[in-house]
Design a protein around this ligand. Structure first.
Ligand SMILES: Cc1cc2nc3c(=O)[nH]c(=O)nc-3n(C[C@H](O)[C@H](O)[C@H](O)COP(=O)(O)OP(=O)(O)OC[C@H]3O[C@@H](n4cnc5c(N)ncnc54)[C@H](O)[C@@H]3O)c2cc1C
Length: 409
């Protein structure tokens, strides 16, 4: 089958990997040169520990409080934009305890499948992405967070995910390079980490070597009965995959499908051979900041969730907020605010309930959508690609994808 994949982020590339291996003829169309999108500067966590969706109780009120602080981890740019208002209402409705409980098993299953597949990818000759299975530490500074950590560990154990409470002394032994200001941490030994920039460039090179066609700097603007309309003319295909990240909602509209979606902008800064070190992935719980050691000699500081239209200028005070948070937990780490050109930002494709949308459209059986992975696109990327391939090829699915139905809104 001739298949066009719209979007060369992790979801599009992973789908291409499995569809090409299943014998299909693949063309990836992307409106950029595919060198710096959301799948590049992220924290690179493969995290079965993240079984709670973004839409969870408490986040709405916490978000409203944080909105008063320009350096806070979560920010919604006030707007009367109707898409944002509709997304906000749906998000508010989804952020319930019962949604969290219903989402835990599917999120666990797709994350564990993905992790297993990334481990298989490490054996593919030519694919390099600095996979590191040393687990993840979630540091906390407040008593309330310590209490919450106990709940998290209990919930993780019920799901069969290993999680341990680490006291301050043990934490300091695990991370001996500098003094840490935290009460303790939750350690998730089953989490892993990769270097996303390397994964993406390596995947592109690998797919090219397998005959996958790339059409960069070519925007898809519409659909025909058997193909797509692009900025450089029409392309024909037997099947189309929409994996366009935060822009998938707009493309879905053209197919009469409602996928409420907003961009959750996040920022990161990456240093090579820096004096600031951690030995494994670290999350600063209260600050919602991620610290990722990558590729031997790199360290990346990232975070913030800024719900904003994709064309607004980046806000350096949010980057400053990230670096100030790092200093609160790692008092010796004085990281100067970099110049704007050294700061990366990307737009997480945030669905309205924090779950991805994966499946074929009822009214357009030659279109499959895979999007809305929010904060988990890398973590769930390998599994999503495999599921897309199974859906299109008609193979037995590796897991039940009912919770990820494309038309659930
Ligand atoms: C600061 C930060 C940290 C993060 N950390 C993690 C993490 O540790 N672990 C994790 O799992 N996730 C993380 N994420 C989230 C993760 O980066 C995203 O979920 C993931 O990259 C989304 O991948 P995607 O392929 O859906 O979208 P994208 O990577 O955005 O790719 C979509 C592509 O579609 C193209 N496109 C869009 N519209 C069109 C069109 N009309 N025609 C042609 N092409 C089009 C775009 O140009 C783009 O290249 C993080 C995100 C941020 C911002």
């Amino acid at each position: 089958m001739k298949i066009i994949i719209i979007g060369g982020g992790i979801i599009g590339l992973s789908s291409a990997l499995y569809l090409q291996a299943a014998g299909h003829n693949i063309t990836i169309v992307d409106r950029t040169d595919m060198l710096n999108g959301c799948s590049y500067g992220n924290a690179g966590y493969i995290c079965p520990s993240h079984f709670v969706p973004l839409a969870a109780p408490g986040i709405v009120w916490q978000g409203l409080k944080w909105m008063l602080n320009s350096k806070s981890p979560f920010y919604v740019k006030p707007s009367l934009n109707s898409a944002l208002v509709k997304w906000g209402l749906q998000f508010y409705k989804s952020a319930t305890q019962s949604h969290v409980e219903k989402s835990a098993v599917p999120l666990r299953d797709i994350a564990l499948l993905s992790k297993q597949l990334y481990e298989e990818w490490t054996k593919i000759p030519g694919l390099e992405f600095s996979y590191d299975p040393t687990g993840m530490l979630e540091l906390f500074q407040q008593e309330a967070s310590a209490h919450h950590a106990e709940h998290t560990i209990k919930a993780a154990k019920e799901l069969g995910i290993e999680a341990r409470l680490i006291d301050k002394a043990t934490l300091q032994q695990m991370e001996p390079d500098t003094e840490i200001n935290a009460l303790g941490a939750v350690y998730f030994p089953g989490d892993a980490q990769l270097y996303p920039n390397q994964l993406m460039t390596s995947l592109i090179a690998y797919l090219k070597s397998k005959g996958v066609q790339f059409e960069g700097n070519r925007e898809v603007t519409g659909f025909t009965k058997n193909g797509v309309i692009t900025s450089k003319g029409n392309l024909e295909a037997d099947h189309i995959v929409v994996a366009a990240g935060v822009w998938s909602g707009e493309l879905a509209k053209l197919l009469h499908l409602n996928i409420p979606m907003v961009g959750g902008r996040g920022y990161s800064v990456t240093y090579e051979d820096a004096p600031w070190k951690v030995r494994r992935s670290v999350i600063l719980s209260e600050a919602r900041v991620a610290i990722s050691p990558m590729n031997g000699n790199k360290i990346r500081f990232g975070g913030t969730m800024e719900i904003t239209p994709v064309n607004t200028p980046p806000r350096m005070e949010r980057v400053q907020g990230i670096l100030e948070s790092v200093k609160r937990y790692f008092p010796a780490y004085d990281i100067p605010l970099p110049t704007p050109d050294k700061v990366w930002h990307g737009y997480r494709p945030c669905s309205a309930d924090g779950l991805p949308h994966i499946g074929t459209l009822k009214n357009y059986p030659n279109v499959t959508v895979a999007t809305g992975h929010s904060m988990l696109g890398i973590s769930l990327g390998a599994a999503t690609g495999k599921l897309v391939s199974e859906i299109i090829t008609g193979d037995q699915l590796s897991m039940d994808i009912t919770p990820f139905k494309v038309d659930r809104f």
